[in-house]
Design a protein around this ligand. Structure first.
Ligand code: ADP
Ligand code: MG
Length: 331
């Protein structure tokens, strides 16, 4: 279990991480989701003891990362954003080197190597130089080194960045399979990735944790979780008239449709189902409803709403932040 409390990191006058508090429970896959520059790598570097915090503390299985780094780090395997690979070693040599660095007993080496190479399917390339491996295989080697020593928690910083679509699918499957034996924390700026792999999502923007829940609950959290979209053969005025004073309607937006129709988007109070009431009301007034559909908020809506609300104050802090937003949309 990892307990992060009131974690803050400042670089000079710039606050990269601000008062983060959360708990990572065993046996789940967690996703840090946030645009570039949100503070994901900084948080991971502090949790893994690679970087000191300005304020706050991190405990791993009860061990404070700053006071008991050896004990805390022994529980964690880490794949940083830029994998720490020595490209002039073969995959096998490199993994032995990591075993030695992690202080794993020599008698356990063979079993450990076999175990991680089984999991990451590296047997076929173990005698090849890392320099000559594809990016997907290099990432597997990076994940394999994190698994050595069999740590309970595996932390992966943007594990699929720079991979082609087929490699991305492979690495996601690998992460899901590792989730059976390990607690996993991964970061990504791509919403669909986090949605595809993680049980629990933490949305981070500008160094702050702005939401933390399951994907399902996050979608429910969006205001007006259940919206209704109606296309009515009537004028704007007639539709407004029909809805006037109707119980249960919290909010309505009107737009002109084609050929004398009006499109109205309704938000029901407390997620109430208004479909029948609307049907009879409009029928009574002789206004045909041509279309009626439920419009559930997607996680993407939630993400954009939460991060944009947060962005309003300081828009263009650094150029790649815009790119992050776009990729979330297109992913
Ligand atoms: P993410 O991983 O979410 O993209 P980072 O944790 O890398 O975000 O960065 C968070 C913020 O801290 C960014 O604004 C970044 O520019 C800044 N930052 C990161 N590392 C340093 C550093 N060593 N010195 C100064 N600023 C930094
Ligand atoms: Mg990063």
């Amino acid at each position: 279990m990892i307990e992060v409390s009131h974690l803050t990191k400042r670089y000079g006058g710039h606050t990269a991480v601000s008062d983060l508090t959360f708990t990572i429970e065993p046996g789940q896959i967690y996703g840090f989701l946030g645009p570039n520059g949100a503070g994901k790598s900084t948080t991971m570097n502090i949790i893994t003891g690679c970087l000191g915090a300005t304020q706050g503390e991190v405990k791993v299985n009860g061990y404070d990362v700053q006071d008991h780094p050896m004990e805390a780090k022994a529980c964690i395997g880490y794949l940083p954003e830029i994998p720490p690979l020595y490209t002039d070693m073969t995959a096998g040599e490199y993994l032995r080197f990591v075993l030695q660095a992690k202080g794993v007993k020599r008698k356990d080496w063979d079993a450990q190597l076999r175990m991680v190479m089984d999991k990451t399917r590296l047997h076929d390339v173990k005698d090849r130089l890392i320099a000559n491996l594809s990016k997907g295989y290099r990432q597997r080697v990076g994940i394999a080194q994190a698994l050595l020593g069999n740590p309970q928690v595996i932390i992966l910083d943007e594990p699929t960045v720079g991979l082609d679509p087929a490699q991305i699918i492979e690495i996601r499957e690998l992460i899901r399979s590792l989730g059976k034996d390990h607690t996993i924390v991964l970061s990504s700026h791509i919403l669909s990735e986090v949605q595809a792999v993680c049980d629990h999502i933490m949305i981070i923007a500008h160094g702050r944790l702005i939401a933390s829940d399951t994907a399902e609950n996050l979608t429910g959290l969006m205001k007006g979780g259940a919206r209704l979209v109606l296309l009515v053969k009537a004028t704007d005025q007639q539709v407004r008239g029909a809805l006037w004073g109707m119980e249960g309607v919290e909010h309505a937006e009107y737009a002109a449709g084609e050929d004398g129709t009006t499109c109205v988007t309704l938000t029901a109070r407390n997620g109430e189902d208004l479909r029948e009431t609307l049907f009879f009301r409009f029928a009574e007034l002789g206004l045909p409803i041509l279309e009626m559909r439920r419009d559930r908020a997607t996680l993407e809506d939630v993400f954009l709403e939460l991060t944009q609300a947060d962005d309003a104050g300081d828009a263009a802090e650094k150029p790649d932040e815009k790119q992050g937003g776009q990729e979330v949309e297109g992913a």
